[in-house]
Write a protein that binds this ligand. Sequence first.
Ligand code: CAA
Length: 295
Amino acid sequence: LETTPDTSADAGRDFTAIGVVGLGTMGAGIAEVFARHGFAVVGVELSEESVARGRQYLEHSTGRAVRRGKLTEEEQAELLGRVTLTTSLKDLADVDLVVEAAVESMATKQAIFRELDAIVGPDTVLATNTSSLSVTELSSATSRPGRVVGVHFFNPAPVQKLVEVVRTVVTEPAVLDDVQALLGRLGKSPVVCGDKAGFIANTLLFGYLNHAASMFEGRYASREDIDAAMRFGCGYPMGPLALLDLIGLDTAYEILETMYRQGRDRLHAPTPILKQMVTAGLLGRKTGRGFYTYE
Ligand code: CAA
């Protein structure tokens, strides 16, 4: 655990305070990553209930690290002490970077970006954790499109090393360099890509996940056997159906829909069972039931 941000890297910009908007699975995980590395984090949610859920996630996740001997209780308390949770975007006035991790809705995200643009300082970088929406379109809601980037973390954010840094045609090269250096300080492995739905990893991953759901839907094999095939035959850490449950079926459906709408092939047309499960509230781990049932 670092107690102050490591600014020893050769990078230009010295980020110290980070804002995170949205404290769902991804936002809370991202807040944890920054706090673990010594950054002051201000997390914003819509309601006190959502703030409480975000706090619970942070306590649970860091508690697991304590139980596994990765953090001492004292370090956990320090880490949690670096995170301020609030319901007002105005509390982000002094941060150097905001990572927006709200719901996958262009209208919601644009409204947040517009509001943030008026609150934060002129040099503050506005980043979005969107999985599939256009970063360019989001940036157009601000007066600083050159200082807007995508920073797409993977679930679980504290564990997965990859972060896709999405550049638009107007993102300033210095901002890209600074953000990559910052992610390096978090122990992440950033990759850079252009602004197309799915970016690199989801474009490759979601056709496969969709196909697995369709195979299950057609009763070709059981969920356990589909997952076992990919784990034991191909060395994946989880099978595709368990992974869909981890990602959340609602999120997976939205990502596939967006990729399909952007004119990619039928590979990304969401297989009907996904929509049915979402409508029935079987969203995966977060609701206790998806392809599998969770305690
Ligand atoms: N939050 C925080 N930490 C977690 C965690 C969580 N939800 N789940 C597991 N961990 C940590 C554990 O504490 C443990 O940490 P230490 O090594 O420091 O002790 C480590 O991860 C390994 O955990 P486990 O031993 O319990 O379990 P595992 O070895 O089976 O790993 C896994 C679990 C990390 C989830 C692994 O199965 C995995 O990597 N699965 C694939 C996940 C994946 O593909 N994610 C990408 C999804 S796509 C996406 O996110 C993009 C999008 O836009 C939707």
